[in-house]
Design a binder for this molecule. Structure first.
Ligand SMILES: *[C@@H]1O[C@H](CO)[C@@H](O)[C@H](O)[C@H]1NC(C)=O
Length: 391
């Protein structure tokens, strides 16, 4: 009898030890790696240790960041990892108060070469005010940091994240496949320079939905090499709107194709839906784009294609953009323009826009029809058209 109970006791101890071992790989609370939720103690090493543990875990694992404020310096979470990782954030990650601490790295939180990573919840506060002030004063400032970046990452979910006061862009998706961004809130003051909400480039299969973007620059900017991007149920403004571009800065540049923006509300933004390219030679292109079911509230340029981007009139030798824009549909776009001109197609004289389509547009300015202007733009229109189509 005594032997039997000793054996069963030994076996249950073994079982418990096994469970503990498994959960060590699987569940990584940053506090148990030494992070302090006081907003003052540098938690960077603790976060990196939690990442190393999760990343080397053979089974799926979780990194848990509990309530509280965690001070984080510029940090790289590098893959590839052995299995899927969930980062559950209940707390707030704060950057160092001195903007120079992040300012020269270009990034704050950077995920590289990861696959199957999901980030749920959390607040990021990059404390960008000092950096914006430096930029505005015209002093010599560091390059600045994006708040959260995914480079060469696949199968990513970012859900329920709030980001405030980014130095530059809040969220950057670069060279990624299959990324889902949902219910994020990205907020920076109207006058903060270059604080884009989300920047997507060289990426395929990105979906952005149910999000609120209040920024000093583009709510969403879409760079070269973006394919199969879906944006729906977003609120944008203040900010510069949803922008495809700037494109065509380089002679050899990947195009943008199959982008849909649907069920969006723009309020008080500089632009609604914009396509923008440099007035420079380029083999870039924009095609198969759909903007539909959009409400504009007091937007400066609700619908705009601008192929004459050339800040300070420098570096644009031909004054014509080589970027070929074709197959762009605007459907069911209604509301108010904050300027007389509601529809602007200012296309390249050397590479005119083709296949622009307007369907059911109603844009007013001070209770009267807004106006439309077309340069080097061709296409068709149907349905209700206020202003009258200039195509
Ligand atoms: C266009 O992108 C959507 C995702 O927004 C995707 O479902 C669809 O298959 C793509 N179409 C083509 C022709 O690639």
């Amino acid at each position: 009898m005594a032997t039997l109970s000793a054996v069963s006791c030994f076996l249950s101890l073994l079982f418990i030890a096994l469970l503990v071992q498994l959960s060590n790989g699987a569940y990584n609370n940053v506090v148990s790696f030494g992070a302090k939720p006081d907003g003052k103690t540098d938690a960077t090493q603790a976060f990196l240790k939690a990442w190393a543990s999760a990343c080397s875990s053979a089974g799926a694992s979780t990194i848990y960041i509990p309530k509280g404020r965690f001070l984080l310096k510029a940090t790289v979470f590098r893959g590839p990892c052995k299995s899927r990782i969930t980062v559950q954030i209940d707390g707030t990650l704060v950057a160092p108060l001195d903007y120079r601490a992040l300012g020269n790295s270009g990034y704050w939180i950077l995920f590289i070469q990861v696959n199957r990573v999901a980030v749920y919840g959390g607040t990021l506060d990059a404390k960008g005010a000092g950096f914006w002030a430096c930029r505005k004063s015209g002093k010599n400032c560091p390059v600045g940091a994006r708040s959260i970046t995914f480079n060469w990452a696949n199968n990513i979910v970012i859900s329920g994240l709030t980001s405030i006061n980014s130095q530059l862009s809040h969220l950057v998706i670069n060279s990624c496949n299959n990324v889902e961004v949902r219910n994020v809130k990205l907020i920076a003051p109207d006058q903060s320079p270059n604080t884009d909400g989300i920047h997507v480039q060289t990426s395929t299969g990105v979906t952005i939905q149910g999000s609120t973007l209040q920024t000093g620059d583009d709510c969403i900017s879409i760079g070269p090499g973006t394919k199969n991007l879906l944006i729906r149920n977003i609120k944008c403004g203040p900010g510069h709107g949803v922008s495809i571009g700037s494109l065509g800065k380089e002679v050899n540049e990947a195009g943008v194709q199959n982008v849909t923006v649907t069920n969006a509300v723009f309020s008080g933004s500089d632009n609604g839906v914009r396509i923008k390219s440099w007035a420079r030679p380029s083999n870039g292109f924009v095609r198969n784009i759909l903007f539909q079911n959009i409400v504009m509230n007091n937007v400066d340029n609700p619908i705009i294609i601008d192929q004459n981007y050339c800040p300070d009139n420098q570096g644009c030798p031909t004054q014509g953009s080589g970027v070929k824009i074709s197959g762009v549909t605007y459907r069911n776009i209604k509301g108010t323009s904050a300027t007389p001109e509601g529809v602007t197609f200012d296309c390249s004289p050397s590479t005119p826009c083709r296949g622009i389509r307007l369907e059911d547009i109603k844009l007013t300015y001070m209770n009267k029809a807004a106006t439309a202007s077309c340069k080097n733009a061709g296409g068709s229109s149907s349905g209700i058209l206020v202003p009258d189509s200039c195509l």
